[in-house]
Write a protein that binds this ligand. Structure first.
Ligand code: G3P
Length: 215
């Protein structure tokens, strides 16, 4: 499973990249707004830090506006992927961008029917938001399983990005299902590494090492 970082913070992205385990970045308008900087220069900086795909979202709600934004955003760097919301106009835009060879990540997916249509439109990535489904007492991971079955049934090449991840178990379950990618907030990446027994074990080994005679 590939691991993306879900962040627009160059500081977090640099630190995560230092692990050598990060394959890409996803941003959204909320994450960009947190950085309090013009989005174009911020995205330029992020793309210079990461060789893999960097998702940047359009704001327009009409296909023609989305296409204008998408072409503008894709000029920022060769690794930009255009995030398009899963609405009717978004699907129209994805079809056109796919024909132009501009990569798309269809976002705000909450149902299998939406995911099926995104794949048919030619989306490179689909982003089901599992945490937000959990928030309203629906099992987000069930959606990932169903999308995977549908995509396997028809051999769609659209990659599943498990998004809106809130905790380490989301990542583990995504990997069990065989999702292509998890996009993970920085804090959860850190949680994935940590285990109290590992910390305790390291501490004990260091204490015992001190007891070993030096000669
Ligand atoms: O990748 C989508 C993600 O940024 C949304 O996460 O926690 O706002 O639902 P959240």
């Amino acid at each position: 499973m590939k691991i993306f970082i879900d962040s627009a913070s160059p500081k977090e992205i640099k630190e995560a990249m230092g692990l050598g385990l990060i394959d890409g970045v996803t941003t959204n308008p909320t994450l960009i707004a947190r950085e309090n900087r013009p989005s174009r220069e911020l995205l330029q900086e992020i793309c210079s830090l990461v060789a893999g795909p960097v998702s940047a979202e359009v704001i327009g709600l009409v296909a023609t506006d989305m296409l204008t934004e998408a072409r503008e955003l894709s000029g920022i760097a060769g690794n930009i992927v255009i995030k398009i919301p899963l609405i009717k106009e978004g699907l129209k835009a994805v079809k056109v961008l796919s024909a132009e060879g501009i990569k798309t990540n269809v976002t705000l997916c909450f149902s299998p029917s939406q995911a099926l249509l995104a794949a048919k439109a030619g989306a490179d990535y689909i982003s089901p938001f599992i945490g937000r489904l959990d928030d309203i007492s629906q099992r987000g991971m069930d959606l990932i399983k169903t999308i995977k079955t549908i995509y396997n049934n028809y051999g769609f090449n659209t990659k599943i990005i498990v998004a809106s991840i809130r905790n380490p178990m989301h990542v583990v379950e995504a990997a069990e299902i065989g999702a292509d990618i998890s996009t993970i907030p920085f804090a959860v990446i850190e949680q994935l590494i940590k285990h109290p027994l590992t910390d305790l074990g390291v501490q004990r080994f260091l204490e015992d090492y001190k007891k070993i005679p030096k000669k």
